[in-house]
Design a protein around this ligand. Structure first.
Ligand SMILES: Nc1ncnc2c1ncn2[C@@H]1O[C@H](COP(=O)(O)OP(=O)(O)O)[C@@H](O)[C@H]1O
Ligand SMILES: [Mg+2]
Length: 506
């Protein structure tokens, strides 16, 4: 597979974009005239660093010139190599002050290019973009049945769910009496003509229509969630003045990852969660699922999200199996057979490791087991995003680890998982941590293992102490805007830079 890398080079107010094909790699940067890219500046080595391309990946190598090369958030050791991803930043401190980087090279994009020799290698988990030309195909049947043109595996989808047809120069969508509905631009519809740019939703699948063609991502996996400058302003109970309880949060949750949201009591965790689930939407900014703004499409996206509230809502005098069968009858398409229903319940029980407890009364379960039943209820609807608010509060500490392990397993197999917790003991099991400071301000978003160093603490619990200071909260808010996580988001969603530009120019 051929590849090319796009770099944005920034020096004071100058910006330059360069594109480097893999065929030109290795490409050296430095002061020396032999370098492929010559940088005549102070404190730059004759050969400073090299970009290499090998085994399908781009790498940065420091060339041990004596002047250090900055990579994201630290200096490289002489000769050290690092893999490059979109959003990564390479920096050089040309004025000799090692706290600042005067020239930065930001990786804007790494992309595959057409290669006459070989086929583009696709990651199995990558969503595949599909297209159906309605002008030629005329009728597309969507549903769970084997005779469908687009066959969806979720039990929430009816056997024949809807059809999209093309006639006399216009396309039309028709719901075929489905249990869980067909939505056009956020409204449940029976039959409707598709306007240009229409978004059609059925459980677990989104279609976009333009120019006579139906586009959709074929997913087997969880969705991505993008928060862009998300804000929630309420009327202060005490003063009657507007009050921000979520303040300009921007971050991206990768498909099938496990993200944990932490922060002190009253920091705004639950408020941010309800922006994502849509039960109390944000008042400004946007929440996107798979890159599509959920605003105005809320009804349709409801089916995508499973929400496990803090308090379990279970009938104490039913068995585990009875509870799940009841829930399944409500949620699963009406045309499922008894056998399909039973196997959906068995799958949900297995997913939360409750095999052997099928006949136990809910009343006789432990707190942790009840929480698992609540999660299994949500899994029946095959959510692509599972949201949990403090699932282990009030449980014994050893149950916290098994809950974290369960969330990790679910995220990698079934869906993307976003969970609020107050317990920091097992956070190394998640893929990313979002740390909120008081006022709903995002102070950190990144891998758990880098968090203590980012905040400059020995003990994770000291972060809570630090984030009591409004000034420090502001400082970390701005620091987040310099991280590779944030840069990666901005390279895909430039609007996310607005808040950062505003904060950093003050
Ligand atoms: N109408 C309101 N007036 C004043 N404060 C509010 C209002 N609504 C929510 N808050 C405050 O917003 C903050 C965030 O609440 P919440 O999201 O529940 O925090 P967390 O889940 O992190 O404990 C809390 O301090 C809460 O008191
Ligand atoms: Mg809360």
């Amino acid at each position: 597979m051929a590849s090319e890398i796009v770099l944005i080079i920034t020096e004071q107010r100058n910006r330059q974009r360069i594109l480097l094909p893999a065929t030109k790699a290795p490409c050296s940067f430095g002061r020396g005239p032999r370098c492929d890219y010559v940088l005549r500046r102070n404190n730059v080595g004759d050969r400073q660093f090299t970009l290499e391309y090998a085994d399908g990946a781009w790498q940065l190598r420091d060339d041990g010139s004596g002047s250090p090369t900055w990579y994201n958030n630290r200096y490289l050791r002489p000769g050290e190599r690092c893999p490059l991803q979109e959003g990564d930043v390479i920096g050089l401190n040309t004025d000799g002050d090692d706290a600042t980087q005067e020239i930065t090279f930001r990786v804007q994009e790494i992309r595959a290019t057409a290669d006459a020799g070989g086929l583009r290698r696709e990651n199995e988990d990558d969503p595949v973009l599909r297209e159906i030309d309605l002008r030629r195909k005329r009728r597309v049947l969507v549903g769970r049945g084997e005779d469908c043109d687009v066959q969806l595996t979720s039990d929430r989808v009816s056997r024949h769910h809807c059809e999209i047809t093309f006639q006399d120069g216009h396309a039309e969508v028709k719901d075929l009496g489905s249990t869980n509905g067909t939505y056009l631009n956020g409204q449940r519809v029976h039959t409707a003509v598709l306007p240009e740019g229409a978004i059609i939703n059925v459980p677990t699948q989104v279609f976009a229509y333009s120019g006579g063609v139906l586009h959709y991502h074929e997913h087997k996996v969880g969705i991505s969630v993008e928060l862009i400058n998300v804000r929630k302003t309420v009327k202060d109970r005490n003063t009657g003045q507007p009050l921000d309880i979520v303040d300009g949060v921007s971050l991206q949750i990768e498909p099938n990852s496990f993200v944990v949201l932490v922060g002190g009591s009253g920091a705004g965790k639950s408020s941010l969660l309800t922006c994502v689930t849509g039960s109390a939407p944000c008042t400004a900014g946007s929440v996107c699922f798979d890159g599509i703004d959920t605003h105005g499409n809320r009804n349709a996206f409801d089916a995508v999200v499973g929400y496990v509230p803090q308090k379990d809502i279970l009938h104490e005098n039913l068995t585990v199996e009875q509870s799940l069968l009841c829930a399944a009858r409500l949620r699963i398409a009406h045309d499922t057979t008894r056998g399909e229903l039973r196997s959906a319940v068995a799958n949900a029980i297995a997913a939360v490791d409750l095999q052997g407890r099928e006949k136990t009364m809910i009343a006789n379960l432990s707190g942790g087991q009840k929480k698992r039943v609540s999660i299994a209820m949500e899994l029946l609807a095959s959510p692509r995003l599972l949201v949990l608010d403090e699932p282990t509060s009030g449980l014994s500490p050893d149950l916290d680890r098994s809950m974290m392990e369960l969330c990790r397993k679910l995220s990698h197999e079934n869906c993307t998982v976003l969970m609020v917790t107050h317990n920091m003991s097992n956070i190394n099991l998640c893929d990313r941590i979002a740390f909120l400071g008081v006022g709903g301000i995002l102070c950190y978003y990144g891998p758990p293992e880098q968090m203590d160093e980012y905040f400059g603490v020995e003990l994770t619990s000291d972060i809570f102490e630090k984030l009591r200071e409004p000034e420090l909260i502001e400082q970390y808010r701005r620091q987040y805007f310099t991280t590779p996580e944030f840069n990666r988001l901005v390279s895909r969603y430039p609007a996310a830079a607005q808040e950062a530009d505003k904060r950093c120019s003050r």
